[in-house]
Design a protein around this ligand. Structure first.
Ligand code: NAP
Ligand code: GLV
Length: 321
């Protein structure tokens, strides 16, 4: 059996696979970069199992090349818009992902970005480093309070819930929620109000995105949506870059249509929309939502268990197909 891993993942996960399947040939891309489509096809050829990342495009053409030998694709991520699930289903390839174990890590980053926007933390850091701090001043670097603010949450899932809990219980925020399904537990336990997108955008002081990237959410936040937000509001995106129209965001930030944005994800990662990096009111992180030792080890463990289960003829946990 051959198992191909497209990027280095935590050692413990590789050891777990090697121990459980000692006769298998386990190969890991030795280079610290995402493979091109051609490289991926060549390296994955002949694999019984593939461990991939969110940056690998697992499309029908690739799956057709690798099936029927390929039995499982275990993605080292919770988001899976890069994988053609329908093709996998037709070709009999199982697909698994890593939900739950990165929820807290990603929620932390969303809250951190929200705070950074509200209190202009990165701007302040830059000012100090530029030697421009002349001492405390009554009207310097004023931001917006998070305590008691109204927070709009898009996507009432695992990560959205942690963010909502943190802001509700820790900061007394009111919650306006826009999601696919209404969640009575959010209403009862967090006092959340489920509203339509426009009402959420118009009422929120902070908007934070936690839905998956699907056809219905691509550019959900476009120029018209940004125009509905308060000029004092901030937008946080830790979901997927394309949920937001990044060019429209640059425009809205430039024109002061919204106060600030905190982004962990980008439409054309690792590239940024023109002008975004020059904006003082944008806080930009390099897609590190799940980047804690704890979360990444747990993600590796889930991938390893999925590969082991499928190759042993067992049902894997967290199967998408
Ligand atoms: P989840 O538990 O599945 O939550 C997603 C939520 O979005 C669900 O409540 C879902 O509704 C809702 N939703 C689905 N389609 C929608 C639509 N068309 N409009 C509005 N809401 C919709 O997923 P999660 O674990 O919280 O992760 C959320 C996303 O975060 C992932 O898909 C991934 O893209 C992103 N993520 C990013 C990082 C990072 O490093 N920045 C890390 C982890 C995850 P239902 O309740 O009806 O299903
Ligand atoms: C990260 O972005 C993930 O989807 O796990």
């Amino acid at each position: 059996m051959r198992i191909y891993v497209t990027r280095a993942i935590p050692d413990a996960a590789l050891r777990r696979i090697a121990n459980a399947l000692p006769a298998a040939r386990l190969e890991v891309n030795p280079e610290d970069r995402t493979l091109s489509a051609v490289e991926l096809r060549e390296h994955a050829r002949g694999a019984d199992a593939l461990v991939c990342t969110l940056a690998d495009r697992i499309d029908r053409a690739l799956l057709e090349t690798l099936a029927p030998r390929l039995r499982v694709v275990a993605t080292f991520a919770v988001g899976y818009e890069n994988i053609d699930l329908e093709a996998a289903r037709t070709l009999g390839v199982r697909v698994t992902h890593t939900p739950g174990v990165l929820t807290e890590a990603t929620a932390e980053i969303a809250v951190a970005l929200l705070m950074a926007c509200a209190r202009r933390i990165v701007e302040g850091d830059r000012l100090i480093r530029a030697g421009e701090f002349r001492g405390w001043k009554p009207l310097g670097a004023l931001g917006h309070s998070v305590y008691g603010a109204t927070v709009g949450v898009v996507g009432a899932g695992r990560i959205g819930r942690r963010v909502a809990e943190t802001l509700r219980r820790g900061f007394g925020c009111d919650l306006l929620v826009y999601s696919r399904s209404r969640r009575p537990d959010w209403e009862e336990e967090l006092g959340a109000r489920f509203v339509d997108l426009d009402a959420m955008l118009e009422g929120a002081d902070f908007v934070t995105l936690h839905c998956p990237l699907v056809d219905e959410t691509r550019h959900l936040i476009d120029a018209a949506a940004l125009a509905r937000m308060k000029p004092t509001a901030s937008l946080v995106n830790t979901s997927r870059g394309a949920v937001l129209d990044e060019v429209a965001l640059v425009d809205a930030l430039r024109r002061g249509e919204i106060a600030a944005a905190g982004l962990d994800v980008y439409e054309r990662e690792p590239r940024l929309a023109e002008g975004l990096a020059e904006l003082p009111n944008a806080v930009l992180l390099p897609h590190i939502g799940s980047a804690t030792h704890q979360a990444r080890n747990a993600m590796g463990r889930l991938c390893a268990e999925a590969v082991i289960a499928v190759l042993a003829g067992r049902e894997p946990a967290h199967a998408l197909v």
